[in-house]
Design a protein around this ligand. Structure first.
Ligand code: PMP
Length: 359
């Protein structure tokens, strides 16, 4: 069969992209993708099932998911017009770059951070300016960030950051708002695991250039459902509403997410358990020889250890425990990212690592 030479046919900016690889292998314990591995409380599961059962599938979805927007708006103390729902936070990130990026414009990021920002920026022909975090604490060089942000269309900051686990300082966000003209996207995908009061979502009301991204994939345990949302100025939401895939959020996702958000207070014990397990996991890992950890406000911890790539392979192959290997990535040599699991899952991981590192 002659080749189609797709690389010469595809839009030049999109040539050479590879499909995203979540580095998944089937394992008994999967601590690789920062999901919530706890079962949701039965009352929440039942509410979601009821919502699913009463959702007709023969009708198109409400394009903007207004019931869900109303629920989210009430939660965050904003109006429906300040909320945009998407098929996962990923869709919203892409649409932000599709809307506000483009040739001649730039996105500023602070790596190591969530890699999709850069990938989506490249797809949208947006230049990427990287302000690398400093070793060894992964702190952000505020002056360098402000300098880069002054010429940028968008700045994307993750708080808590994936994979380093730290929160951005509110003072730095304030400086970004005061001293630049860029749109500032604060990605709070993991904020429910951070100490209370860490979210800056309430700042959106007074800061039209601040946008806060949240997701149902982490604390809500609904990564498979694909639902994320943005809290932002109405003008930004209106632009996103005009360019989005009309029916990207399906009826089941809308109904289930609405039921889950209504019952969010029932998730508190699970979140508290994950935070407690994070502490226990860090204490146990900290006792292992030559393991370096960074303090985390998220549902994962970053751990540096000798021969991390081999350790990850042995965890997978000999102990059926999957964690994420970042040892190939710039700035993250010999680092593994480990999702905080259930007490049993964490025990499995700790005992396997003890065997491997002390054995
Ligand atoms: N932001 C960050 C920092 C993430 O880690 C993720 C997912 N891993 C997302 C956004 C997107 O999540 P989702 O598309 O599942 O909402």
């Amino acid at each position: 069969m002659p080749s189609l030479h797709t690389n010469t046919r595809v839009r030049p900016a999109l040539a050479g992209f590879e499909p995203y690889d979540p580095a998944f292998s089937v394992c008994e314990v999967n601590l690789s993708a920062n999901e919530n591995t706890h079962p949701l409380p039965e009352s929440v599961q039942n509410a979601m099932l009821d919502a699913m059962r009463s959702t007709p599938l023969n009708r198109y979805p409400d394009p903007l998911a207004n019931n869900l927007r109303d629920e989210l708006a009430a939660w965050h103390g904003v109006q429906r017009g300040n909320v945009m729902v998407g098929n996962g936070g990923d869709e919203i990130l892409f649409n932000l770059l599709f809307c506000f990026g483009g040739p001649g414009r730039s996105l500023v990021v602070c790596p190591p951070c969530f890699e999709e920002y850069k990938i989506f920026a490249k797809m949208c022909e947006t230049d990427v300016v990287e302000v690398w975090r400093r070793e060894p604490d992964f702190s952000i060089d505020a002056d360098a960030l402000l300098e880069a942000a002054r010429g940028a269309a968008i700045v994307m900051i993750t708080s808590p950051n994936n994979p380093t686990g730290d929160l951005i300082s509110p003072a730095l966000v304030q400086r970004l708002l005061d001293q630049t003209d860029a749109l500032i996207l604060l990605d709070e995908a993991y904020i429910e695991f951070a100490k209370k009061g860490s979210s800056l979502v309430s700042w959106v009301a007074d800061n039209p250039r601040l946008m806060v991204l949240r997701t149902m994939s982490k604390a809500f345990g609904l990564a498979g459902l694909r639902c994320g949302y943005l809290v932002a100025n109405k003008e930004i939401v209106d632009v996103l509403a005009a360019i989005r895939q009309i029916y990207s959020e399906d009826v089941v996702a809308q109904a289930v997410a609405t039921a889950a958000v209504r019952r969010r207070s029932e998730l508190e014990p699970t979140l508290a358990s994950i935070v407690g397990e994070r502490k226990r996991l860090c204490e146990a890992l900290g006792e292992l020889p030559d393991v370096v950890l960074w303090p985390s406000e998220a549902n994962f911890v970053l751990a540096r250890m000798p021969h991390a790539g081999d350790v990850r392979a042995r965890l997978r192959d000999e102990y059926s425990v999957l964690v994420r290997d970042f040892s190939y990535a710039k700035g993250l040599g010999d680092c593994l990212r480990i999702t905080v699991g259930t007490p049993n899952e964490n025990d499995r991981l700790i005992s396997a690592l003890r065997d491997i590192l002390q054995g």
